[in-house]
Design a protein around this ligand. Structure first.
Ligand SMILES: O=C(O)CCC(=O)C(=O)O
Length: 262
């Protein structure tokens, strides 16, 4: 499957700071991704996350394995995603990191309002010319804590960030000011849809109060022209190899076959 971003979508992204693309991945691909991720999560000790203001953990599983032949990398390196990202960011991009966001039914915590560049600024990234793509593995809707954004907030510039619980969030007064003027959008997503969003877009998500899980893969990219310090898990420029999109299914199936043989 290939995907081409239209001129209108580029304009929408530049105006709103985000773009929702339905069905970028098909049901089979998301089903494989979920099966692999669930089995991996059982084995990894690396699942944790910051605590929100009410003491609930917002689990995430961050990885800097950006070269391994696996289904996560097949998504992050896949032309359908990378070509779209390059068109939206108007430059070559490279993979900064990726993470699986695991919001379990009834217990998954909130994410405070923040800009990703509020964090990445501290990695010496010179410009906010970075973006992420959130891929809905499960259906995401208001009650299970879908992503919320303030439309157009990527144009506000970088806002000061400080601690809320153990999370880092944007200055509350500034967020309130923005909320008085900008549209608050709940980005409800069907599995396989993708939300591209700019690193200065204010976003948040509520706790998961529903009986349904809300897993999502977030792939983060920097542009080639944007110098960043080289840190573990947050690298400076290194060319991104683009992979054919059919590797998502191929590597996902391979992984499950291996698991079945274990
Ligand atoms: O998964 C979520 O709901 C929010 C994640 C997020 O805001 C982030 O990773 O920057």
């Amino acid at each position: 499957m290939s995907y081409q971003v239209s001129d209108t979508q580029v304009r929408d992204f530049q105006r709103d700071g985000y773009l929702l693309v339905p069905d970028l991945y098909n049901a089979q691909e998301m089903d494989l991704l979920l099966q692999v991720a669930k089995s991996d999560m059982e084995k990894t000790e690396n699942v944790g996350g910051p605590v929100d203001a009410d003491g609930r953990v917002s689990k995430l599983w961050l990885t800097s394995d950006t070269d391994r032949d696996d289904i996560y990398n097949a998504v992050c390196h896949g032309r359908r995603l990378v070509d779209a990202m390059e068109r939206l960011m108007e430059d070559e991009v490279y993979l900064y990191h990726y993470k699986m966001m695991v919001k379990e039914p009834r217990v998954g915590g909130a994410w405070e309002w923040h800009q990703d560049y509020g964090y990445w600024y501290n990695n010496g990234c010179l410009y906010p010319d970075m973006a992420s793509c959130m891929i809905a593995v499960d259906r995401a809707y208001e009650e299970n804590g879908c992503l919320q954004v303030l439309r157009g907030s990527h144009k506000l510039g970088r806002i000061e960030h400080g601690k809320t619980g153990t999370q880092t969030g944007a200055d509350r007064e500034r967020v309130e000011l923005a909320q008085n003027h900008l549209e608050h959008v709940y980005c409800e997503m069907a599995p396989g849809s993708a939300l591209f969003f700019h690193a200065n877009l204010l976003h948040a998500s509520a706790p998961n109060d529903s009986p349904d899980p809300r897993w999502a893969l977030i792939c983060c990219y920097n542009t080639r022209h944007n110098p960043c310090q080289d840190r573990p898990g947050h690298p400076s420029y290194r060319p991104l190899e683009k992979w054919d999109d059919d590797r998502v299914l191929a590597l996902g199936r391979h992984h499950l076959e291996q698991l079945a043989g274990e």
